[in-house]
Design a protein around this ligand. Sequence first.
Ligand SMILES: Nc1ncnc2c1ncn2[C@@H]1O[C@H](COP(=O)(O)OP(=O)(O)OP(=O)(O)O)[C@@H](O)[C@H]1O
Ligand SMILES: [Mg+2]
Length: 239
Amino acid sequence: MSFDVPLPVAVPARPATVPLLRVEGLTRHFVVSGTRIDVLRDCTFDVSRGEVVAIIGQSGSGKSTLLNVLGLLDTPSSGSYTFDGVDTTALREGRRSRLRGEGVGFVFQQFHLLERRSALANVGVPMVLGGVSALRRRARAKELLESVGLGHRLSSQPHQLSGGEQQRVALARALSREPPLILADEPTGALDAASSTMIMDQLIEQAQGHDSAVVVVTHDPKVAERADRVVELVEGRTH
Ligand SMILES: Nc1ncnc2c1ncn2[C@@H]1O[C@H](COP(=O)(O)OP(=O)(O)OP(=O)(O)O)[C@@H](O)[C@H]1O
Ligand SMILES: [Mg+2]
């Protein structure tokens, strides 16, 4: 009897990538004057670290509503949202806001910058919450503002900046703690072509170079084109 037939070598299975966020059968409705409005009816998708996903859909289709849920600013009416292995639907407010602070960087559709504070101070806000020293904060904020082409506007307050410049400050702020998830709601809406390209370059660099997951809501086909994947919202359902 011969035993010289090579035995199969056990190849260790590559661990399947666990998505950073997973949304399953998620719904969100609002009740306005006794009438129920079903905004998100059935959303299912996931996003892994290193990926840029674009969310597209008509105005009013629920893109910002979805982003608010992903950013833990809002809770779904039903369905599940798992972030970094944590089922967020069951979270108490304290844990939820900690997870949001550490885990999510937001670029809001309306910027939401602090009015009477400089660009430098605005970019530093998440780092204040994260307990970063003033010296380190200043250095990091300066570096980030330079990277979005605003090195010459460090002391300017939002009202002294153009819409596109405010958007870039908002992006720098979102990146300041290098969160695993970046959410950007129409980050290039107020920008010219060159600035839009710069913002997308930054978001892609954040995904590829820093292993973040990036979800970007956009109407701009040029932005969607550069994403790894596009999720379309139609009548509250993801496609
Ligand atoms: N808090 C709320 N209460 C009641 N209705 C709401 C609330 N928030 C959003 N909606 C409704 O949900 C729908 C989707 O709004 P949402 O802001 O998510 O759309 P959107 O896709 O981001 O649109 P846009 O492209 O114009 O920014 C709208 O009809 C809006 O009126
Ligand atoms: Mg919106």
